[in-house]
Design a protein around this ligand. Structure first.
Ligand code: PLP
Length: 384
């Protein structure tokens, strides 16, 4: 049976060049970068070179790049760190209803500690508007956390405009860029962003490694305690193979991003056009244009998204319903609900996210099996 992977927003397969770059750091180059002997020094040099190349990609100083265990940790470090650091100035935080749980649950934890959080509603495409952010700012607002691109529908926010609003009011701006990193050009020398979270495994890099960009001069209270790694801000022996792999994945994006984005978008659009042609009562969730090139979130009216997902899986096609972290939950996606998608349509949604290794044959195969599955599930379904 053909296997088709259409879940690149959940994770990606490591590029063979990434694996190749990592391998020596799992065996002969095993030193601890904090050790002063030659084993350690050799690895320390590689670590700092990796940091340099990531910084170059983002157009910032290497000193502003902090390596973490992934997007979740970066989000926690930024939001909790800023909240604790600034709590004497105010306790109000602004975020949106469509953030990833790494942001939402961190904010909810802070609410339990006495912080007040405003969760902004997006528009019907899942976008958060700068005016909405501006209206929510209060005298005691200390942090704004808005994502760059949404993981479920791919909506791309104007973080330049949102950052300007934040800066205009002297409020710190954190951006979760886990989904956009390496897919949309990000020039942090120009963007008014103070803190940005990124991850390795969405761009054909390893899992369990991420980045927190901290603009020069921004102070965060520490949330993890230990040694002096990462200039004391993120203690713990660095995940060297992961960091080397991440830097390699970034290097590959540097040269290939434009071409990959174009190819992925072409395939995705072809898939969408054919689905709309072949299957009635299908609705696109998200903006028709302003969204990530691989994202296609569709509601198949009259069926449960989970049932469709399982039927596709039996035929070898991997997609997702809502975000990976909430699958298995029976609640409709918090993102689609916030966008105003009716509960039955939200329940019938499926997220296809295409990636660089998908082919026309993958799309054609899926198009062969999908109409039949939808028809069968609709004939059995109790939902209208
Ligand atoms: N933020 C967003 C928008 C995401 O999509 C994800 C992962 O899906 C995360 C944060 C968490 O990143 P990680 O898996 O590296 O912890």
């Amino acid at each position: 049976m053909r296997k088709v992977y259409f879940d690149h927003s959940a994770t990606t397969a490591m590029d063979p060049k990434v694996v190749e770059a990592m391998l020596p750091f799992m065996s002969e180059k095993f030193g601890n970068p904090s050790s002063i002997h030659s084993f350690g020094r050799e690895v320390k040099v590689a670590l700092e070179e990796a940091r340099e190349s990531i910084a170059e990609f983002l157009k910032v100083r290497a000193a502003d790049i902090y390596l973490t265990s992934g997007g979740t940790e970066s989000d926690n470090m930024a939001i909790k760190g800023a909240a604790y650091q600034l709590k004497s100035k105010g306790k109000h935080i602004i975020t949106s209803k469509v953030e990833h749980h790494a942001v939402l649950h961190t904010c909810e934890a802070l609410e339990k500690e006495g912080f007040e959080v405003t969760y902004l509603a997006p528009d019907k495409y899942g976008m958060v508007h700068p005016e909405t952010v501006a209206e929510a700012i209060r005298k005691d607002t200390i942090l704004i956390s808005i994502m760059h691109a949404n993981n479920e529908v791919g909506a791309i926010n104007s973080i330049d405009e949102i950052g300007k609003v934040a800066r205009g009011k002297g409020v710190l701006f954190h951006c979760d860029a886990v989904q956009s990193f390496g897919k949309i050009p990000i020039d942090l020398s120009k963007l008014p962003v103070d803190l940005m979270s990124m991850s390795g495994h969405k761009i054909y890099g390893p899992k369990g490694v991420g980045i927190l960009y901290i603009k020069k001069g921004v102070r965060l209270e520490k949330i993890i305690f230990g040694g002096e790694h990462e200039r004391g801000r993120r203690p713990g022996t660095e995940n060297i193979p992961g960091i080397i792999g991440l830097a390699k994945a970034v290097e590959l994006r540097q040269s290939g991003m434009k071409k990959i984005t174009k190819n992925v978008k072409k395939l995705r659009d072809m898939f969408y056009d054919k689905v709309m042609e072949k299957i009635p009562r299908v609705f696109l969730n998200g903006h028709p244009e302003q969204r990530l090139s691989g994202h296609l979130n569709l509601s198949f009216q009259g069926i449960e998204g989970e049932a469709l997902l399982l039927s596709l899986d039996l035929k070898g096609v991997a997609a997702s319903s809502g975000s990976a972290c909430t699958s298995g939950s029976i609640d409709p996606s918090h993102v689609l609900s916030a966008m105003g998608v009716k509960p039955d349509l939200a329940q019938s949604s499926i997220r296809f996210t295409l990636g660089k290794d998908n082919t026309k044959e993958d799309v054609e195969y899926t198009l062969e099996i999908l109409p039949e599955i939808v028809q069968r599930l609709r004939s059995m379904s109790a939902i209208e």
